[in-house]
Structures are given as C-alpha cells and as structure tokens.
Design a protein around this ligand. Structure first.
Ligand code: ATP
Ligand code: MG
Length: 431
C-alpha cells in the first residue's frame, strides 16, 4: 500500500529534483491510452500533475478501468515533461485505487461546452465544488474572514458569540423564522443587533461577532439568502456615524489588500483584479443622493437605484465604494439615533451593492420609548430591548456587514449563491 502520510501536494512536484520518487493522491480528472503510453491527469486541492505510465508499468490494463473522478494514490518518479517546457511530470511506479467513481457523473463540472445551470450544480454541490475555480472562491472567502479577524483584533475588538434563538426579532416581525420550543415559540435571529448592543451596555466597549442570521424573505434575487453570514460590529463612546464610517472604510481596504496579497493565484484563476479604493470613501447624504438620482427626497433607494447611484458616484469620484448617510425617518428602525427626522444611518455601497448597514443607536431610554411609539409600535412589545437602557448605557453604534455579499462583490460573482457552500433560499434547503 502507498503510504499516504508521505503524500505531497501535486503543486510541489514542480519543485522536486528529477529522478526522485514521490507520493501524490487525488482525483483522476482524465485518463487516456495513447499507443504504448497511458496518461492520467491527477487533481488535488493545490492543482494538477500529469502521470505517465510507460511499458515499465506492468498493470497498464488496470488503468483503463479507472473512471473519471475516481480517487487514487500514486507513487511515481519525477521526470521532465515532454508536453510542458520546463515542467515536470510523474512516471507511474505504483497506483492504489482508493475509491472508484460511478459513471456517469451526475453533473459535468469541468470542460463541458454548456455550463450546467446553477440550481443543478447546487444539487450536486459536492461535485461542483471540485472545480478549481469554485475552490478558489472559498479560499478567498477564508482569506477575507481571516483578514476581518486580524483587523478587528488589531483594532481592539473583543470577539463575541451570541444566541441565535430568541423570543422576538429586532428587524421586523414578518420576516421571522419561528420554531416550536418546549410548548412556546421562538425565532431564529435576524441579526445580532440586540445582543451586540447589550454587550455595549455591559461595558465591552468594542465587540464583533461573525455568525449566521436568518430572514424569511421571499426574495429571489442575486443577493438575498434566507440564511446568511454577517459580521456584526458595535463600538461605544462614539460621537456619531463618522466613527463608524472611518472604521468600516479601513476594514474594507484592509480586507481587499489581504485578498490581493494572499489570494494572488486564486484571483488569477478567477480572472479577477482587485482595485483597492482610496481613503476616505465619499460620504453621500441621502437627500443629495436623491437629487443626484433626480427622485423625490424620500424615495426608497433599493437595488436598482443603488446601482444607478453607484454609476453616478463612479463617474464623479472615480470609486466603487461610498457611504450613503443620514436616512429619512421612513427608512430607519426604532433603535436608530435621530437628529429631528433624520436617522444617523449609514450604508456602505461597494461594487454597486449594499454590503453593510449601520448607524448610531439611541441610548437614551425615554427617547427610545418615544421612538417606538412614533413608529406605531407598542413599547410593551419591546421591553426585552428597552429595559436594559434604564441602567446606564454609553453612546454607541455599529454596523452589520454581509460576509456572503462581501465575497460576491469582491469577486464580481453573478449570484450570492456562488460564494456560499450550501446556500439556503426560499426553494432550497439542501444538500
Ligand atoms: P437589502 O436592502 O439588500 O435587503 P437590508 O438592508 O435588509 O438588505 P440589513 O438589515 O441592513 O439588510 O443587513 C445588514 C447587511 O447584511 C446587509 O447590508 C447585507 O450585506 C446583509 N444581508 C441582509 N439581508 C441579507 C440576505 N437576505 N442575504 C444575504 N445578505 C444579507
Ligand atoms: Mg441595510
């Protein structure tokens, strides 16, 4: 048996001296017999290596029976490749068939002339993800997450984990997923909003969480899922939304720089170049945005108008990243701090799409109660949220950034589902 603990990644073969023996393992992407030679194209996480069997290899016939996508281990000798100048390949010495793949494959995922449609690809996601470009997306996603953790730690934020089950929703009742809970009803969290604020009241001063949120939104768009990952950030003792914007723009630039630095080969594979925007990002007042868009000042700037605005900002400021600030009352939540009828709100638009929303929160108990009433809600229903504000609350604010959206729009993916391993939407709850 070939000793798997001695295995090296296929990409390392190129660094190994000609004549050395190595062990590799992976999926057989292609196999063909050409005259007296047999060729296997072996793929693993790091890339490919070509394996050639010559007449020295006695079990040539067995190679014929290896189906595409079977998993094998291979002991081979490094030699100069005839096909690739300067490249190396392996001459086959020994092969173990570790798992034979059934034929035909349920989907074609490589080299097919007609792309398999996304829904079918997601049905067989475990095969779809074998495509090196799909893997590259998730390698970049991991770089993004690691960059977020480094940035937040360097900026003195404490990482927190909060409950995903609660008795009420902070983002609006209609979009809750309710579950039975020992004879009562609970809901999956729509955001970490309440908890991250409670933590500010507890004196953590700066905290962040990366976790899932759930929204029963019946939307079939390129940027909505029912389960999504969110970076939630909250900080205390702020003067206003400027503090929140400064933090966010530095975070985005930090992430993009890290992706550019650590994700070079993945970006190349995906054919994507990253432009790191200049600081500071433009700050566009909501009413100015409406003027630029030539719409009434209290128009809801949804997906389409966001795109249009991004175009205008791009031509005016030569950037893909900007903040939309100071939202009219109609579009704010009860917990936002207001100046008259303008909410201290801020959205970050990147690559023509909203990737985060945030703002300063109202920390004064009496005003909070008044705002609940002003929104036509019943203070009694929000006691879980408001009572803690009776006992000492610092001025604070923060933002929630969609991780899946970040991945999608950094990489220019056509659909948010491409950037999530096992996406959940109105029609999909598996695999
Ligand atoms: P949108 O207007 O695009 O529906 P939203 O304003 O309802 O988003 P927020 O409540 O502001 O969303 O959530 C903060 C961030 O979380 C958003 O900016 C986005 O990046 C992400 N997000 C929100 N809802 C979803 C969703 N259904 N699927 C994926 N990401 C989401
Ligand atoms: Mg929003």
């Amino acid at each position: 048996m070939i000793n798997l603990s001695k295995r090296i990644p296929t990409s390392d073969v190129q660094k190994i001296k000609i004549g050395s023996e190595v062990i590799v393992a992976g999926w057989v992407e292609q196999s063909k017999l050409l005259g007296k030679l047999a060729f296997l194209k072996l793929r693993d996480r790091e890339g490919y290596v070509q394996v050639v069997a010559t007449s020295n290899y006695s079990k040539m016939k067995d190679l014929n029976s290896i189906s595409r996508e079977s998993v094998v281990s291979i002991r081979g000798r490094v030699k100069k490749s005839k096909a690739r100048s300067g490249g190396k390949e392996l001459e086959l010495i020994e092969l173990n068939l570790l798992s034979k793949a059934a034929t035909p494959l349920p989907i074609e995922f490589l080299g097919n002339k007609i792309e398999t449609d996304l829904s079918k690809r997601l049905d067989y996601r475990y095969i779809d993800l074998r495509h090196p470009q799909r893997l590259a997306i998730f390698k970049i996603r991991a770089i993004i997450l690691s960059a977020i953790h480094s940035f937040m730690r360097e900026s003195k934020f404490i990482e927190i984990q909060t409950s995903k089950l609660s008795g009420a929703g902070a983002e609006g009742g209609a979009e809750l997923f309710e579950l039975p809970y020992f004879g009562k009803k609970v809901a999956l969290n729509q955001s970490q909003q309440l908890y991250k604020q409670l933590i500010m009241l507890s004196g953590f001063e700066r905290a962040y969480e990366i976790g899932t949120s759930y929204r029963a939104e019946k939307s079939h768009t390129h940027r909505h899922l029912t389960e999504f990952w969110q970076l939630d950030v909250e900080l205390s003792f702020i003067n206003g939304i400027e503090d929140i914007m400064r933090l966010q723009e530095r975070l985005l630039v930090y992430i993009l720089r890290q992706v550019k630095k650590e994700g070079k080969s993945e970006l190349e594979l995906l054919g994507k170049e990253i432009t790191v925007p200049k600081l500071p990002f433009p700050r566009i007042n909501y009413s100015d945005a409406c003027n630029l868009l030539k719409v009434k000042s209290n128009t809801d700037i949804g997906t389409e108008l966001e795109r249009k605005l991004a175009k205008i900002i791009k031509s005016k400021f030569k950037t893909d990243s900007f903040f939309l600030t100071n939202f009219p009352d109609d579009f704010t939540k009860f917990y936002a701090k207001h100046d008259e009828n303008i909410g201290r709100y801020v959205d970050l638009i990147y690559n023509s799409n909203e990737i985060s929303s945030g703002g300063q929160r109202e920390h004064n108990y009496d005003i909070l109660i008044q705002q609940i009433k002003d929104k036509g809600l019943r203070p009694k229903d929000f006691e879980f949220y408001t009572t803690p504000f009776k006992y000492g609350a610092p001025p604070h604010g923060g933002f929630g950034m969609g991780i899946d959206r970040l991945v999608t729009f950094i990489l220019d993916l056509p659909n948010i589902r491409e950037g999530v391993l096992f996406p959940r939407d109105v029609d999909r709850i598996g695999p």
